[in-house]
Design a protein around this ligand. Structure first.
Ligand code: ASC
Length: 150
């Protein structure tokens, strides 16, 4: 039984990207942290989006570099959405804290899309990678539509 539990725990740990813990002195520091991480991630994801849409030429080296940055950053913002930040000024909608299950589902959809993008992009298939970029962008947008004010 203990063995089964350990195997299950290991499988879960492998399936769910770890949320890096971070420490903030004040709620506003957490808000700045998550905005910074999302802003930098957006700058790099935008480059991928532009290539996927043919607005920039496809550049396999740039794809690898930008996917690696998105992979590193994508879990970071979520350590900084604690309930103590719900009263800080930001674009986050109250639903982040009142409908946490839905927010976490949107987060997990994005995590899954990024995992898929990382895997697919390693295969070097341009069309498949463009599709994975599109699916990842849709997961960003879905969360913004429901949980971010304009
Ligand atoms: C980006 C970016 C986002 C997403 C989203 C996709 O490049 O900064 O937030 O893509 O716009 O629809």
């Amino acid at each position: 039984m203990r063995h089964v539990t350990l195997v299950l725990a290991a499988a879960c740990a492998a399936a769910v990207p770890l949320l890096a813990s971070a420490q903030f002195s004040r709620p506003d520091d957490a808000v700045r942290y998550r905005q910074g991480a999302l802003n930098v991630m957006g700058a790099h994801f935008s480059r991928l989006g532009a290539m996927a849409q043919g607005k920039l030429p496809w550049d396999a080296k740039a794809v690898t570099e930008n996917v690696a940055i998105v992979e590193t950053l994508h879990t970071l913002p979520f350590a900084a959405f604690g309930p103590e930040t719900s009263k800080s000024t930001s674009k986050a909608k109250p639903e982040v804290w009142t409908d946490t299950a839905k927010f976490e589902k949107a987060r997990d959809n994005m995590f899954a899309a990024v995992s898929n993008l990382v895997q697919v992009s390693k295969g070097g298939d341009e069309a498949a990678t463009k599709k994975a970029i599109g699916e990842t962008g849709a997961s960003c947008k879905a969360c913004h539509d429901d949980f971010r004010n304009r």
